[in-house]
Design a protein around this ligand. Structure first.
Ligand code: NAP
Length: 477
């Protein structure tokens, strides 16, 4: 079985302790590879390498950085099938979806290849006409990147792409459950010409033991984190010690609104996408379906029909549409949330239980008439469960939708243009899907408000997270 090393200062090698940990296929429970188990000593070497390389890398030509990103995009596209198979093996999503993630992730490299040579500045005159105000933009400095397991390629791409474009060096800790895709991406970036020391990767089974030393090093100037709100809060507190720039892509509790005038079949298709992409293990997954009472019965029945027809299987199997959940804990959490909702009066339209056999499979589920006190109303389900809550008027729907600490994304289905704008503006979220169940797009600013995070990834805003402004005052004589 292959054992993968850490990547520090351009060299692959074992962890200082010599320890390794296993990576498992969630469809079978089998170990598919061993990975070096980094600790504080490895973390210090990695951040020192990133710190030492920063000054040179800051002065590199934007075109050179853009070309590295462009080559990365091309290599990823050429190896799309290989990368998709790796994502499916370590994360579980069906191959077709894994391929979609590869395309999505690759596109960040192409986008930021183009952004690298468009880093602007500003030149104005002070109000009294006596001073030229020249604003330049430069890299923030060494960045700490930490990613979750649910999109093993795209989450790293959204951070590494803009960091390289801006001229930042990096220390990167991928998720313990899905490090293999990140390591493959690291090899691709090296092949594309990324110089030694710019990207340093430490895999570990002790995240605090690696990320903690990075945060307290005084070398790192920024943290970009994607993951749960609880860990995000912890890292923000650590960032405060060294006053580090912070980008936080945290959890969600997305509302999905279906108005009485919605095109119902389109709303059902949107719901299938917003709920079932990644088996529901996405921060953007619709978590609460608010449906106008007059169409709630028909919507539940149609959604139930669509979800129960999906093929649940090992993601690598031909025609698989729904894969396993990431692990036993993830499956048991979904099970408890459904039992709690049913215990409080919700009715099961379809699904409602785990599937027998090996792997962590849960049946696509629709729950009708879910009461407001059900735990899943205030918990990220992270599984294939659609809870439906009827509403009577638009004002009530918006109030229920906003009644959460999170604010990542919302979805609204209506054929009334005024209403689409009205609800879109009233939702307390960073992104709104109007008659669509998919908002993720490398050209758009992805991110949330409230406890869903700080900052944006992708779009024109994406690179700004990695740039610092400097203003030069030049008197006019
Ligand atoms: P998580 O438990 O917060 O883990 C995310 C990353 O943080 C992993 O690499 C994890 O390492 C690391 N980590 C855990 N404890 C840490 C600590 N004490 N110090 C430093 N790093 C630590 O989240 P997850 O379960 O992997 O991912 C699911 C969450 O991510 C959901 O809440 C989802 O909504 C969110 N998410 C948000 C977005 C977005 O863009 N807003 C996108 C995708 C996912 P280990 O792997 O070793 O635990």
């Amino acid at each position: 079985m292959t054992t993968h090393g850490l990547f520090i200062d351009g060299t692959w090698g074992p962890a200082a302790s010599g320890r390794t940990f296993a990576v498992e296929n969630p469809a079978t429970g089998e170990t598919i590879a061993m990975v070096a188990d980094g600790d504080g000593d490895d973390a210090r070497r990695a951040i020192e390498a990133a710190g030492a390389r920063q000054s040179d890398w800051s002065r590199s030509a934007p075109r050179e950085r853009g070309e590295i990103l462009r080559r990365t995009y091309e290599i990823i596209m050429n190896r799309a099938d290989e990368l998709a198979a790796l994502i499916t093996a370590e994360m579980g999503k069906p191959l077709a979806e894994a391929r979609g993630e590869v395309m999505y992730g690759a596109e960040f490299f192409r986008w930021f290849a183009e952004e690298a040579v468009r880093i602007g500045g500003d030149h104005t005159l002070s109000g009294d006409g006596r001073t030229r105000i020249l604003v330049t933009k430069g890299p923030v400095g060494p960045c700490v990147l930490v990613t979750p397991w649910n999109f093993p390629l795209a989450m790293g791409a959204r951070k590494i792409g803009p960091a390289v474009a801006a001229g930042c060096t990096m220390v990167f800790k991928p998720a313990e459950q899905t490090p293999l895709t990140s390591l493959a991406l690291t090899r691709i970036l090296t092949e594309a010409g990324l110089p030694a020391g710019v990207l340093n990767v430490v895999t570990t089974s002790d995240p605090g033991g690696v990320v903690g030393p990075w945060m307290s090093s005084g070398i790192a100037r920024k943290i970009s984190f994607t993951g749960s709100t609880d860990v995000g809060r912890l890292l923000l507190a650590q960032a405060a010690e060294n006053v580090m720039r912070s980008s936080m892509e945290l959890g969600g509790n997305a509302p999905f609104l279906v108005c009485e005038d919605a095109a119902l079949d389109r709303a059902v298709e949107g719901a299938v996408t917003a709920k079932m992409r990644n088996m529901g293990e996405a921060c953007t997954a619709a978590n609460r379906f608010f449906v106008h009472r007059s169409v709630a019965g028909e919507f539940s029945a149609k959604l139930g029909e669509r979800l129960s027809a999906l093929k649940v299987a090992d993601g690598a199997a031909r025609g698989a549409e729904v894969g396993p959940l990431i692990d036993r804990a993830g499956m048991e959490k979904v099970e408890q949330l459904v039992d709690d909702a049913v215990g409080r009066g919700a009715s099961v339209v379809v699904g409602g239980s785990r599937l027998s056999g090996s792997g962590y499979f849960y049946a696509p589920t629709v729950l009708a008439d879910v009461p407001p006190d059900a735990a899943l109303m205030s918990t990220e389900i992270f599984g294939p469960v659609a809870p439906i809550i009827p509403f009577d008027d638009e004002e009530e729907a918006v109030r229920l939708a906003n009644d959460t600490e999170w604010g990542l994304v919302g979805y609204v289905f209506t054929t009334d243009l005024d209403r689409a704008f009205r609800i879109g503006e009233a939702l307390d979220v960073g992104m709104v899907g109007v008659n669509t169940g998919l908002v993720s797009n490398p050209g758009a600013p992805f991110g949330g408000v409230k406890h869903s995070g700080l900052g944006r990834e992708g779009g024109r805003a994406g690179i700004e997270e990695y740039l610092e402004s400097k203003y030069l005052a030049i008197p006019r004589s």
